[in-house]
Design a protein around this ligand. Structure first.
Ligand code: ATP
Ligand code: MG
Length: 213
């Protein structure tokens, strides 16, 4: 479904090459670009982790930016609802935006329920190996329901929200995420620390060796 929507309509558009390469942009920033894709149930802690990590990274001089599901639905994706097709189109758009951020050399933190494996895998395939870091933000449905930070579970249980992930719409957990963060049994600080350690250990916070000027 995503592929069909992503087809290019006009044969008359051509790629215009820039004069600055991605390695040059990364060298200027002093670190790699990458997309950290946080997926999980509503209330699992995606936004909370994303904004906390963004602050830590920016304080370290890293160019980081959060793309948040709720926020993007105020603008770029304000025309989309929560049907399967609209969720797929939502992730396609965000995936393309995230890809641009990565090309610009930023570490972009994407906080989206993104319940469908096929949609997340599509974004992964659109990016180069290593550019897409899938993070399963894990908390049980019961825990998310008990947290209910936005009162959405209560509304959904009362029948006021259709197609609510985990209740009336499926959530397909990642099969091979780069990282799983358990927010029920680990603190926010521990999870932010785990993500930071992952980025450090895999060389994301340093410019690539041997980059051309
Ligand atoms: N270890 C933890 N990590 C992150 N959040 C936690 C943790 N423990 C408790 N919480 C709480 O869980 C809630 C998570 O809410 P948050 O808005 O981040 O979820 P979300 O995954 O972004 O949901 P949505 O998909 O609806 O946007 C917050 O109230 C947060 O304080
Ligand atoms: Mg959120």
């Amino acid at each position: 479904m995503v592929q069909a929507m992503a087809e290019q309509r006009s044969p008359n558009v051509h790629w215009h090459m820039g004069q600055v390469s991605r390695p040059q942009r990364e060298a200027a920033r002093g670190h790699r670009g990458a997309a950290i894709w946080l997926t999980g149930l509503s209330g699992s802690g995606k936004s909370t982790i994303a904004v906390a990590l963004e602050r830590v990274l920016v304080e370290r001089g890293v160019s980081a930016y959060v793309l948040d599901g709720d926020n993007l639905r105020h603008g770029l994706c304000s025309d989309l609802g929560f049907s399967h097709a609209d969720r797929t189109e939502n992730i396609r758009r965000i995936g393309e935006v995230a890809k641009l951020f990565v090309d610009a050399g930023l570490i972009v933190l994407c906080a989206f329920v993104s319940p469908f494996r096929e949609d997340r895998d599509w974004v992964r395939k659109r990016m180069a190996t290593g550019d897409f870091i899938e993070v399963h933000v894990l908390a049980s449905l019961d825990a998310c329901r008990a947290r209910d930070p936005k009162g959405l579970y209560q509304k959904a249980t009362q029948g006021q929200i259709a197609e609510f992930t985990g209740l009336s719409s499926p959530y397909e957990p990642p099969l091979q995420p780069e990282l799983t963060l358990d927010t029920e049994h680990s603190t926010l600080e521990q999870n932010v620390g785990a993500l930071l350690a992952f980025l450090e250990e895999h060389g994301y916070l340093a410019a690539r060796a041997g980059q051309p000027g």
